[in-house]
Design a protein around this ligand. Structure first.
Ligand SMILES: [Mg+2]
Length: 185
């Protein structure tokens, strides 16, 4: 066996909206799912480099009553199907935060430890997989993604977006996941 149970794996944590699929704002309808051009090939390249691929996504639309957990899961499955049919490789696992302190759904209206920039989603992943955090990456398009990377001890790669300036912890500022590939080695 090449990977023993105890061997630490390197991971690329991927923000979802704005990195994998176009950010249409609270995306949950499968009809609104548009892969960003080049993403499927980039995901396949990362898998060929041996990385565990984990999505970490804030989905406060659940707390806000805009959509359900089932909607999130359905969207994520459709995303994975599109990746696999385009380039043969999908995401290994999706973790998301359904909470927001200003939510309208009582169950999810809270100040949690998993909404990025908090590192809780990364910690959830490390409870399931043995991950070498300091040699792993997080690619996201908001400063809060990079702040999450900093708090979790990951290398942060920031995809340029309308959401703000380069975070000081970002190891690189790039235009897309494809453009991030040279840094994800
Ligand atoms: Mg995003």
């Amino acid at each position: 066996m090449e990977q023993s149970k105890n061997k630490l794996q390197r991971a690329v944590f991927l923000d979802r909206d704005g990195v994998l699929n176009e950010d249409v704002g609270y995306a949950y309808r499968v009809e609104d799912l548009r892969l960003i051009p080049g993403v499927a090939a980039a995901v396949a390249t990362l898998k060929s480099r041996g990385f565990l691929l984990i999505v970490v996504s804030n989905q406060s639309g659940v707390a806000r009553g805009l959509f359900s957990n089932d909607d999130v899961n359905r969207f994520n499955q459709a995303l994975n199907q599109q990746l696999i049919s385009a380039a043969g490789v999908g995401i290994d696992e999706f973790f998301y935060c359904p909470h927001h302190q200003d939510g309208s759904v009582a169950q999810y209206k809270l100040h949690c430890s998993c909404r990025k920039p908090e590192p809780g989603l990364i910690l959830q992943a490390t409870q399931k997989y043995p991950i070498d955090l300091k040699n792993s990456y997080l690619v996201g398009d908001k400063p809060d993604d990079i702040e999450c990377a900093r708090r979790a001890g990951l290398i942060g790669i920031q995809v340029r977006s309308r959401y703000g300036e380069k975070h000081e912890h970002a190891a690189a500022l790039v235009d897309s996941l494809t453009a991030a590939l040279p840094y994800l080695t």
